[in-house]
Ligand binder design. Structure first.
Ligand code: RB5
Length: 146
């Protein structure tokens, strides 16, 4: 199914972002690039926030955030209230969608090569949420206290 994909990076994820945009476009998806538009040094929380804002506004859209490791993007997106999963293989991508209903895929350009990143992205986009017990657990994320 064709989707709207909102994508962003920092300088450390810029090259992979451009490669993923090309693949997503070739696959027929609508891509919203939230920047940056060059490899100048920049701050990943600013681009994570842009993507999160768009994902919150469109229930059907999915997001992709890329930095050097993927860690900063993951932390920022989750802190802003959107489930985001750092995935380094296809199994993690499938579980992040099926069990955790992750709405943003996070990748590390300095960690994951382009070929594997494309396979992870494809799996993330093609896997649906499992619902049922997983929905109960996701709901608990918003209500549980320590
Ligand atoms: C930038 O050097 C780097 O810290 C950033 O891309 C990311 O890895 C942070 O989590």
């Amino acid at each position: 199914m064709k989707k709207t994909i909102v994508i962003g990076s920092d300088h450390g994820g810029f090259t992979l972002k451009q490669a993923l945009i090309k693949a997503l476009t070739d696959w027929g998806h609508t891509v919203e690039d939230q920047g940056p538009d060059c490899t100048d040094s920049c701050d990943y929380p600013l681009f994570a926030a842009r993507v999160v804002k768009r994902i919150k506004a469109d229930d059907d859209a999915l997001g992709v955030l890329i930095c050097g490791t993927g860690q900063g993007m993951t932390m920022t997106a989750n802190r802003l209230g959107v489930r985001a999963a750092l995935c380094t293989n296809e199994f993690l991508a499938r579980m992040a969608r099926e069990h955790n209903d992750a709405r943003i895929l996070c990748l590390g350009e300095r960690v994951t090569g382009q070929g594997l990143a494309l396979a992870i992205l494809k799996t993330f986009l093609e896997t649906g949420f499992g619902g049922e017990r997983h929905q109960r657990r996701i709901d608990l994320m918003d209500t549980v206290s320590e």
